[in-house]
Structure formats: C-alpha cells, structure tokens
Write a protein that binds this ligand. Structure first.
Ligand SMILES: O=P(O)(O)OC(CO)CO
Ligand SMILES: [Mg+2]
Length: 246
C-alpha cells in the first residue's frame, strides 16, 4: 500500500536538498521574505544580490481553499530585478522572466495586451487587508472612479503576484494596489516588464519596491489613465522598520 506521508517526506527531503545546494552556491546573497521579516529580520534593499520571497502569496485564499495561491521569488542586484519566478500552484502555471530575455508561462512567451482604450480594458485590483475606514473609503473611491470611466470590469484573484502575471499574460490591462509588500511585487514586476508592460507608482512616478504601492500595466497610456483616478495613500514603508503592520 502506498505510504502517502512517506511520499510527502521524500518530497520534503528532495526540496531541502535542492534548497541547500542553492543556498550553498549563493550564500553571499541577502534575503527578504514575508516570514523572515515577520520574525524580525531586516527588510532593507541594498545593492547586494538579494532574494525577495513570498512563499505563499494569497494566504487568505489558501486558508479558505479559494483556488489562487502563488509562490513568488524575485532576485535583485543593485536594487534592480534580475529575474522573477511566480508559481501559481493550483493552476500549475510557472511564470518566469530573466532580465532582457522575455517572460514565459510554462515555457510559452508572454505578451501584454495591446489595448490602448481604457474603456475596453479590465483592471485588476484588491480590497486589501487594511480595515481602517479611511483607507477602505479611499480604496472604494478609487475603484468607483476607475469602474465608471467606464472600463469593462474590475477583477482580482487575491494574490498580487498572480494579478501581475495576468497583466503579463494580456488577460487584464493593468493591476494596481496600495498596501502590499515588496515580496508580493518583486517577481511579478520583472515578469510584467519582460512581457512588454510598464511599472509605476500610484502617483505616476517611478516604482519604488519598498513603498508598498504599485501600478503594473500593458502600456503607459493605460497606466497613466488609472493613476489619475487613484486616491493614493502612503502605508508605512517596508524598509521603515523591522516591524510590519498588517
Ligand atoms: O497573502 P499575502 O502573502 O499576505 O499577500 C497578499 C497581499 O499582502 C496578497 O497578495
Ligand atoms: Mg503575499
């Protein structure tokens, strides 16, 4: 009879061996991860080669069995992303991008949508995890204004990394959110740009990975159009302290 748990253990041993060999080869690299930061490790992006990792992006989905959960692994050198990997586990979709070499899903080249009309677009965003009424009001106000531009619709699958991969895949024209973290954004960010998309801050300036704010879009026209409608706010930066809020 198959010993299910022995199989699981064998799998864990194989994973540990792989992770061990990677960490031995790359032991000079720094690490920023959701769990390590929650445990009090620093969250500071330097010029050093740095892994930026979210082992489970879409934790609420995972807890409720809502079928979108991703592993998100970004790697930055000199504060610039060199590659990103997002594995949408339940869909079994492996998104990858290496700087200058394009973005792929299960080996197929990805391209963003070529849509330039906001009225023909789908925009992804999330309600977020902050329940402060002022923040919730701003989130609803932004969504209302964007929806009534009008656009075709608003979507969101509950994981930032997957939302960004949906931009890269051309399924949605843009994704924006305020309140997420660098480990939610990093891998998806390079997947979007390698698929031909653009990144910016919600105020239209350059993306700051530690600011907890992102707009990822198929092109500048769509990005700048939604930026005009976003009621921006400024959460505590990821690198403000070793303590995280929500
Ligand atoms: O599920 P997580 O890792 O908390 O991430 C959320 C945003 O913070 C979904 O992207
Ligand atoms: Mg996450």
């Amino acid at each position: 009879m198959t010993d299910l748990w022995q199989n699981a253990m064998d799998h864990a041993v194989a994973l540990a061996r792989k992770a061990g060999s990677v960490s031995v080869c790359l032991s000079f690299c720094l690490f920023i991860g959701e769990e390590s930061v929650a445990a009090g490790e620093p969250c500071v992006l330097t010029d050093n080669p740095t892994w930026i990792v979210d082992p489970v992006d879409g934790t609420t989905n995972f807890v409720h069995g809502y079928p979108f959960v991703a592993v998100s692994i970004g790697f930055a050198v000199n504060r610039k992303l060199e590659f990103g990997v997002v594995y949408s586990c339940i869909e079994d979709k492996m998104y990858t991008a290496r700087k200058g070499q394009g973005a792929f899903c299960n080996g197929q080249l990805l391209n963003v949508s070529d849509q330039k009309e906001i009225s023909q677009s789908i925009i992804a965003t999330e309600f977020g995890s902050n329940r402060d009424t002022e923040v919730v009001d701003k989130i609803f106000s932004s969504m209302r204004k964007i929806l009534c531009l009008p656009i075709h619709g608003i979507r969101g699958v509950g994981t930032a990394a997957t939302n960004m991969c949906l931009v890269a895949s051309g399924c949605v024209e843009a994704y924006y959110e305020i309140g997420i973290h660098c480990w939610d954004i990093a891998a998806g960010a390079i997947i979007v740009t390698e698929a031909g998309g653009v990144l910016m801050d919600v105020d239209g300036g350059p993306l700051d990975l530690m600011s907890r704010r992102v707009v990822a879009a198929n092109n500048k026209i769509i990005a700048e159009r939604i930026v005009k409608e976003i009621d921006a706010f400024t959460p505590l930066r990821d690198d403000a302290s070793t303590e995280t809020e929500d």
